[in-house]
Design a protein around this ligand. Structure first.
Ligand SMILES: *[C@@H]1O[C@H](CO)[C@@H](O)[C@H](O)[C@H]1NC(C)=O
Ligand SMILES: *[C@@H]1O[C@H](CO)[C@@H](O)[C@H](O)[C@H]1NC(C)=O
Ligand SMILES: *[C@@H]1O[C@H](CO)[C@@H](O)[C@H](O)[C@H]1NC(C)=O
Ligand SMILES: *[C@@H]1O[C@H](CO)[C@@H](O)[C@H](O)[C@H]1NC(C)=O
Ligand SMILES: *[C@@H]1O[C@H](CO)[C@@H](O)[C@H](O)[C@H]1NC(C)=O
Length: 276
């Protein structure tokens, strides 16, 4: 009798022991899975975290919504088959709202213009100073058919195919930015190249054609004159610009030295209208 009882007790104890081991094993597996999942996800989303950290500097937007609208444009698609319209939902999610007279366009003057607007956001705003422009400035991205991922390597080069995700984004964003331009619009062009108004540039092919005389009064070109200047406001390509412009928009052009632009950036006491 006693022998039988202790055997049963031993059996029960062994059973409990096995259950305990199974439970501990399950807990360990769950912890490993969670840790692995977190580290894998963090590794996968370097692009995504850049996107979010840049986005979060603009407090007034829901960055998760912006990301979702962005992603749907190219994810799970052939990276040479992302047309400009793919970004329509993104533009709808984050519409450009601009103060009249502050819109600044540029062509081949990226460093000069951004060095300036970074200090004088009270005067001018470029596309790259807006949420969408600043979040994606300098980045490369694409999707792949059959994948939910965002890739930053192996993406088509700018000129490799017209409908690539990066090029289509910038063309769509430039068009939307030009659509809302109003009042006095400014553009910085370069006097250090042969054709300051180049028909293949985004400024000539996407932006200028969308300026609408019902919104835009004047287009003021600032020709940036550097030491290696080879052209200025007398350049014949500017004739083409005035011909492309919607009738009713007046045009002006002023040669301004790079040093004057830098001075205006450095001295906030200079009124915006007195920079050049
Ligand atoms: C834009 O500038 C013009 C003068 O150049 C001025 O008459 C107009 O009121 C300005 N518009 C805004 C919204 O500041
Ligand atoms: C300007 O806008 C008006 C009305 O919004 C439109 O009818 C016209 O076609 C536009 N012009 C250009 C050049 O886009
Ligand atoms: C370049 O700049 C110098 C000094 O401002 C000026 O004398 C010259 O005419 C300019 N050349 C052109 C092609 O604009
Ligand atoms: C503008 O450029 C032309 C040549 O393209 C040059 O003859 C002229 O001196 C330049 N004007 C200025 C003010 O630099
Ligand atoms: C002006 O535009 C025409 C047609 O778009 C082009 O053939 C010509 O080369 C352009 N001229 C300049 C000086 O850019």
């Amino acid at each position: 009798m006693e022998h039988e009882q202790s055997r049963r007790l031993g059996k029960q104890r062994r059973k409990r022991c096995v259950i305990l081991i199974v439970i501990v094993a399950l807990i360990v597996i769950v912890i490993i899975a969670v840790v692995l999942g977190l580290t894998l996800r963090q590794k996968k989303s370097e692009f995504e975290s850049t996107f979010f950290s840049r986005c979060e500097k603009f407090n007034q937007y829901d960055c998760k919504k912006v990301w979702d609208a962005f992603e749907q444009a190219y994810v799970n698609k052939d990276p040479c088959n992302v047309p400009v319209e793919a970004y329509d939902p993104l533009i709808a999610e984050v519409p450009f709202k601009l103060d009249c007279n502050k819109t600044m366009f540029w062509s081949k003057t990226k460093d000069v213009v951004h060095g300036f607007t970074a200090k004088r956001s009270d005067c001018f705003v470029t596309l790259e100073d807006t949420l969408l422009g600043s979040v994606l400035d300098g980045l490369t991205w694409c999707g792949k058919e059959g994948s939910k991922g965002t890739f930053t390597t192996g993406c088509p080069k700018w000129s490799e195919c017209v409908n690539n995700p990066v090029r289509s984004f910038w063309n769509r964003a430039s068009a939307a930015f030009a659509d809302v331009a109003c009042g006095d619009v400014t553009a910085m062009l370069s006097g250090s190249i042969n054709t300051p108004f180049n028909p293949t540039s985004a400024f000539a092919s996407v932006e200028v054609p969308r300026f609408n005389a019902s919104r835009v009064k004047n287009l003021n070109v600032v020709m940036v004159i550097q030491k290696n200047n080879i052209s200025n406001c007398t350049d014949p390509s500017l004739k083409n610009l005035t011909q492309t412009l919607d009738t009713g928009i007046t045009f002006s052009c002023k040669d301004v030295s790079e040093s004057r632009i830098q001075e205006c950036g450095a001295k906030p006491e200079i009124a915006c209208g007195a920079c050049w």
